[in-house]
Each structure stands twice: as structure tokens, then as C-alpha cells.
Write a protein that binds this ligand. Sequence first.
Ligand code: PLP
Ligand code: COI
Length: 362
Amino acid sequence: MSQLSFDQRSNPNARSAAEREQVLANPGFGQTFTDHMVSIDFTEGVGWHDARLEPYGPLVLDPATSVFHYAQEVFEGLKAYRQAGGSIVAFRPLANAARFNRSCARLAMPELPEEVFVESLELLVQADRDWVPTTEGHSLYLRPFTIATQVGMGVNYPSKTFRYMVIASPSASYFASGVKAVKVWLSTEYTRAAPGGTGFAKCGGNYAAAFVAQRQAVQNGCDQVVWLDAFEHRHVEEMGGMNLFFVRGDRLVTPPLTGTLLAGITRDSILTFAADLGLTAEEGKITIEEWQAGCASGEITEVFACGTAAIVTPVGSVKGADREWTIGDGTPGPVTMRVREELLGIQYGTRPDPHGWVHKIC
Ligand code: PLP
Ligand code: COI
């Protein structure tokens, strides 16, 4: 239990079981939200206060509120899973709490005690437990975030007031194609992050600046953008909402955390459990030329993307302004599928959890 005590107000207009079941039959990703949300306010000199679980609903904010103008905002993404025995669990929520605070520090925002972060998730999931899908592979996506709420246009000092919130959304696969291989677009025109910037932070501004490249990816018949380094646009960093792994036989290689990419919790989990599957996993730099040549020679056998929303998603082909190639035969490979099954097995409780990652909520 944290020091803050949460006021709890249940939603008198919560949706009926029939309405909920209709949503859960086909939840999509991030489209429908549950009946409650968590809010906690912060005031400089006072700290965090007015913690509450309350009915989900719109916010009333002054148009001059800082977040609208200067994007002082950070967020997280994690899921609650319904396990076979009926328990509802989260996956490594303390890792999300720690990353959230690293993002807050970079954006000059107040850190939230890790135990408050975890308690806020627990309260929301317990209140809305009936919204946690029972369909295999579906889950309740949790979105904690903090926004700067000070009213005023000055930029001489960061906001002195903030609001932390958590909302939840039942979700199916992030990619409509489920576990089919995706096609990725090499962004050589735009840059996501440069050293000293906010690449390692999960802040809204990173995603705002990425939409133009994501739109370009879609216009080129691709599902997602691949970001490259800021200087040469040659070294692979990550994708729009997930990290990348290159498979060389039984060796997994993922780009190193140089400060410009997000330290994915799925990425870290795969680096850790690879040895349990008899695979080696390590960090290593890779250029787009090495990627293309490795696929042509057969040295790179598979590539996959990983993240909370994407789970483990095979990458089947790559397209850039001046090149295009297929990875393997373009279909999901066996190593990718083993890694995916292991991750889902730990999350849904059908495999052992030797690293102690599963956090029971109720
Ligand atoms: N990279 C970016 C840019 C992301 O938005 C995400 C998703 O959160 C990831 C990587 C994967 O991180 P995680 O595995 O913690 O979900
Ligand atoms: C996640 O995987 O949690 C993400 O945040 C990816 C994307 C939806 C932004």
C-alpha cells in the first residue's frame, strides 16, 4: 500500500453486461474504454494529492493548459491478462513504473512513487475486472499518463501542476492481420530521435513527430515505419511502436540502447529468456545494407518486432525509397514463433515464470 489513499467512486452509468460483451466480442485496439479511470493531481510544494478512482469521462481543461501547447506529457503501455485459472495479472509493472519515471525526469515532470503507479493499475483493473477479455490472445491494455496542467503560455519554467491518470481499453491484436508477417518502411527522410533528445522517453511528442513517416509507410503499402540513426540514416534503431530483433540461426540480435530508442520491456524480457529456449541473444548494431545483404545471403533468417501492443510480430519484407527485399520466404519463421509462444505462455500462465515477471492483481 502506498502513502496516498485513493477515494473510490463507482460509475453509476457503467455499461450493462450485454453492452460490455458486445465490445469484448471484437475489441480492436484502443477504441473503447472501461467504466472507470484513475486520477491523481500534483502541485509543486505539495506533492501528489487527491488520488481517486472515478467514473471514466471527459476532462475540462482551460485552452491555455500547458500540455496543449508544449506537449509536456509522458505515458506508459502495459496489459492485464486473464490467466487460465481465472486470475488477472500484469506483466512486469514495476519495469513500466521505472521507465515512466525516467521519462518524467527527462520531461521535467514529477516522478510518481513506483508503488503508487502499481496500486493505481491494481485499483482500476479490480474495479473493471469484467472488462478483461476471456478470449485467448486478448487483454486489457492499460495506459497510464501524466500531463502538465498549468494554465499559461510562458516557457521560462516547466509546469508546476500535473495530473496523472490511468485509462484501460480491452484489446485484440495491434495489427489487424494478427500474426501474419508485416511489411516495414525504412524512413530515410525523417529522424525520430537524436542524442540528447527524448528518444528513450515515452513522451507524446515523439509519436507526434513520427506520424508523418508512419503515413508515408502506409502510402507505400507498409504497416510500420523503421527508424534509422539521425546522422547517416543507415543504422537500424526501432519501429514506430516496437523494438526489432534480427535472427541469425539461433542467435538473436537487437540494436543497442544508445539513448535514442525506447528500452522496451518486451525487448528486455526476450534478451533474458532467450537462453531458456537455447538461443543466444545480444545487442548489436546493424545497418540497412547489412540487413539487406544478410537476407540475400541467408545469414539473417528471420526478423521480428516486439512490444506490449505488438507482442512478437514477424517482419516479412522491407521497403525503402531505393530498395525492397524479402526476409526468408516472407512468412513467420520458427524462431519468431517460439519466442512469441514463450512470451504469451508466461503472460497467460500456460508456461512457468522463472524470472518472476507475472504480478497478480486479483
Ligand atoms: N519502441 C517504441 C517507440 C514503443 O512505443 C514501444 C511500445 O511501448 C516499444 C518500443 C516497445 O516497448 P514495450 O516492450 O515496453 O512495450
Ligand atoms: C505499446 O506497445 O504499449 C505502445 O505504446 C505502442 C503504441 C500503441 C504506441
